[in-house]
Design a protein around this ligand. Structure first.
Ligand code: SME
Length: 153
């Protein structure tokens, strides 16, 4: 998997129009198209409007998904709370995992920042166990770095 090429594709998209909605929509599509063995790829947006921060479903590719995820809940909510990448080889062994799509067996979630704050998380799911490696994490961090540099939220 050529993550540098994917990151350059996302850069070209974001340079042509940096608004978060089209960039995150096309980034979801680019990931879903180019990475094999996925059943879901997309974003949850950080919502600061309530008493407690939560995640709200954003642009994605795949089946209908959970609309809102509470702070600290599931893999995505944990990525928000810890502000850290979550690489989960077996989602069924992750305490509190939220099964939006029962086909998911492994998952990677990466926080996306702007101005020193988390703005979204990138969530990618696979039907295979242990689909995501450290190499995938490093490659996807290149894509996230482009989003962090260019997206207007
Ligand atoms: N499994 C995620 C929820 C989102 S869906 O997989 C699209 C979680 O536990 O946070």
């Amino acid at each position: 998997m050529d993550y540098s090429l994917l990151a350059e594709q996302v850069r070209a998209l974001a340079e042509s129009e940096p608004c978060w909605l089209p960039v995150l929509s096309n980034t979801s599509a680019a990931i879903f198209e180019t990475m094999d063995d996925l059943n879901w790829a997309g974003f949850y947006l950080v919502d600061n409007s309530g008493a407690e921060q939560s995640l709200l479903l954003g642009p994605f590719q795949g089946k209908i998904a959970c609309i809102r995820i509470a702070y600290g809940k599931g893999v995505c909510g944990t990525a928000l709370k810890k502000d850290a990448v979550q690489l989960v080889p077996d989602v069924h062994a992750f305490p509190g995992h939220i099964a939006c799509d029962s086909a998911s067996n492994s998952e990677i979630v990466l926080p996306v920042h702007s101005g020193g704050e988390i703005k979204a998380v990138l969530d990618i799911d696979s039907p295979s166990l242990a689909r995501f490696s450290e190499e995938d994490r490093d490659g996807l961090l290149k894509v996230v770095a482009v989003l962090e540099e260019l997206v207007k939220w």
